[in-house]
Ligand binder design. Structure first.
Ligand SMILES: [Zn+2]
Length: 117
């Protein structure tokens, strides 16, 4: 019996939904915030503005990626394939899912995937 216990499962789902809402808020906030304004700036300011802008973009990018993974994980919970490794088809393992609820691979496949990447 290596299937997830019902209580663990609903705890993970709750966690994912919570994180999803958090990310939604952050992403909305980020898209509202305007780092660049229309005021004419000296070159020094321009440089720091573009640094801020690229920081913001990379943050936004990371959050969007996490958001997508959470959406996928929630979809998997719905169709009953959650917790199953997309590469080898084995159960991902409760400990790993608790640590990173949006994993779609088991630890071994993830390591291989990261090396490939
Ligand atoms: Zn695997």
């Amino acid at each position: 019996m290596d299937e997830l216990e019902k209580s663990t499962f609903s705890a993970i789902k709750k966690e994912l939904v919570k994180r999803k809402i958090e990310l939604e808020e952050q992403l909305t906030q980020l898209s509202k915030e305007k780092v660049t304004n229309d005021v004419v700036q000296d070159p020094g300011d321009m440089a720091s503005t573009s640094t801020m802008e690229s920081l913001k973009i990379s943050l936004q990018d990371a959050e969007k990626k996490e958001y997508d993974r959470i959406v996928q994980a929630l979809a998997k919970i719905e169709d009953g394939t959650y917790g199953i490794c997309i590469d080898c088809g084995r159960h991902i393992g409760e400990k790993r899912l608790k640590n990173s609820p949006n994993s779609s691979r088991c630890l071994m496949c993830q390591e291989q995937f990261e090396v490939r990447d």
